[in-house]
Design a protein around this ligand. Structure first.
Ligand SMILES: [Fe+2]
Length: 373
C-alpha cells in the first residue's frame, strides 16, 4: 500500500472536444488466469499488433491508488528547483546513449528556433546493475517505486510476453519471459515525463507538435492513463488518430525490438505527441510510463523456432539484412545516441512536415531512423 503522506494527485478534467479518436481494443487481463482466457486475449491481440501496434489493458492488478502515487511522485520531482533536478543530468551521458536520470526541457531543438518542451526523468529497473542517486523526494519512497516497477513487469509485461509467445506458436509460453527477466541486466525503466504547455504561437511554428512521429526502441511501452490528450497514432490507413484516455487502463504500444525479434510480424507502433486540444492547451502534461526491453545480452535476430514466423517466411529483419546481429545493449546505445543528437538543421514546413539531415538520422551505417509526418 502506498505511503499516504504525500498529497493525493488530482487529475485534470478530460477534454470536452469531439476529436477523431482511434479505435483500439482493450484486453481484460482478468481473463488471463481463466480457462481459455489467454486464447481469447491472443485473438484480440493478433489484429492490434499487426496493424496499429496499440491497445489498452485493464484489470492489471495495480490499483488506481498505486498509479496515482506515482503521478504524485512525478509532480513532486518536477516541482523541485531546476538546479536540484540538474544534479541528476549529464549531457555527455546522454550523447553516449545513457538515458537514465534527468533531461531538462530544451535539450533538443525541434525546429524553427523552438526547443522541445519536455522534461524526462528515467528510473532504471532495480536489477542490481543501475545504482543511481535519487533526489530525497524520491529516495524516501524507493520501496514503493521499486514495488511499482516490479509490478509493471510481472502484472503487465510478462503476461503480454506470454500472449505474444502463444501468438507466435512458440513451444514454450515462457520463452520471451526468459529473455526479459527483471533481475537480469537490462535497460527497462520507469519514467516521469513532463510536457510544459506552450503558446499557440510557438505551437504553430512546429506544426502543432510536441514530438514528431516515431517508433519506440524497446519491446513494449506502458503509458498510464492521464487525461491531457496529446498522443496520436498513425493507423493502417495512414491517418493520425487521437488516443482517448480510458479510465482504469494502460495504453500499450509495441516497439522496435519486438519487431526485430518477430521479423516484422509485430508492428512497431508509429505515434507522435500533438499539442493538446483547446480546452487543455494551457495545462502541463505529466506522464507515468514504463519501458520494457529484452535483457541486454539478447541478440535481436528473428526468433528461429516460431512455426508461425517460419511459415510466413519472416526470418530476416532490418539488422540481419545488413549482416548485423545486435544485442539489446548495442541497439539501445546506438538508437539512444541517435535520438539524443542535438539536431541543428531540422526543417519544418508550414503544414508541419519535419525534414532532418541524413546524418542526424543515422543509427548505424545503412540504417536510418524514420520520422513519420
Ligand atoms: Fe514514443
Amino acid at each position: 500500500m502506498p505511503d499516504t503522506s504525500l498529497e493525493k494527485y488530482d487529475h485534470v478534467p478530460v477534454t470536452k472536444e469531439d476529436l477523431d479518436w482511434a479505435e483500439l481494443v482493450t484486453l481484460d487481463l482478468s481473463l488471463y488466469d481463466q480457462p481459455g482466457g489467454k486464447e481469447k486475449l491472443v485473438k484480440q491481440l493478433e489484429h492490434a499488433v499487426q496493424h496499429v501496434g496499440f491497445f489498452y489493458v485493464k484489470n492489471f492488478n495495480i490499483s488506481q491508488e498505486e498509479v496515482d502515487f506515482q503521478f504524485a511522485l512525478g509532480r513532486e520531482f518536477y516541482a523541485l528547483p531546476l538546479e536540484e533536478k540538474l544534479k541528476y543530468h549529464n549531457a555527455d551521458d546522454l550523447a553516449r546513449g545513457e538515458y537514465n536520470g534527468y533531461r531538462p526541457a530544451g535539450h533538443r531543438i525541434l525546429g524553427n528556433g523552438i526547443r522541445d518542451n519536455v522534461q524526462v526523468y528515467n528510473i532504471p529497473k532495480f536489477d542490481g546493475y543501475h545504482q543511481r542517486a535519487q533526489p530525497d523526494v524520491l529516495q524516501k519512497y524507493a520501496t514503493e517505486i521499486e514495488a511499482f516497477s516490479r509490478k509493471c513487469h510481472t502484472e503487465v509485461v510478462e503476461k503480454l510476453l506470454r500472449l505474444f509467445a502463444i501468438l507466435l506458436e512458440l513451444p514454450d509460453e515462457d520463452q520471451l519471459v526468459r529473455d526479459h527477466k527483471y533481475d537480469v541486466k537490462g535497460e527497462d525503466h520507469l519514467r516521469y515525463m513532463h510536457y510544459a504547455a506552450r503558446s499557440a504561437e510557438d505551437n504553430k511554428k512546429v506544426g502543432e507538435l510536441y514530438s514528431p512521429g516515431h517508433t519506440d526502441l524497446g519491446t513494449i511501452t506502458l503509458l498510464f492513463r492521464q487525461p491531457v490528450v496529446a498522443l496520436q497514432i498513425l493507423n493502417s490507413e495512414g491517418q493520425w488518430k487521437w488516443v482517448r484516455p480510458q479510465d482504469g487502463t494502460i495504453t500499450i504500444n509495441t516497439c522496435d525490438a519486438l519487431t526485430a525479434l518477430t521479423g516484422g510480424f509485430i508492428k512497431s507502433s508509429i505515434h507522435r505527441v500533438h499539442a493538446p486540444p483547446q480546452d487543455q492547451a494551457h495545462v502541463d502534461r505529466l506522464g507515468v510510463l514504463y519501458f520494457a526491453r529484452p535483457n541486454n545480452h539478447v541478440i535481436l535476430d528473428p526468433i528461429q523456432n516460431s512455426p508461425l514466423l517460419n511459415h510466413l517466411g519472416l526470418t530476416k529483419n532490418a539488422f540481419t539484412e545488413l549482416d548485423q546481429h545486435l544485442t539489446t545493449e548495442q541497439w539501445v546505445k546506438v538508437r539512444q545516441s541517435q535520438q539524443q543528437r542535438r539536431n541543428r538543421d531540422v526543417k519544418i514546413s508550414d503544414d508541419g512536415k519535419y525534414t532532418y539531415k541524413h546524418k542526424d538520422l543515422e543509427i548505424i551505417p545503412g540504417l536510418q531512423a524514420v520520422v513519420y509526418n
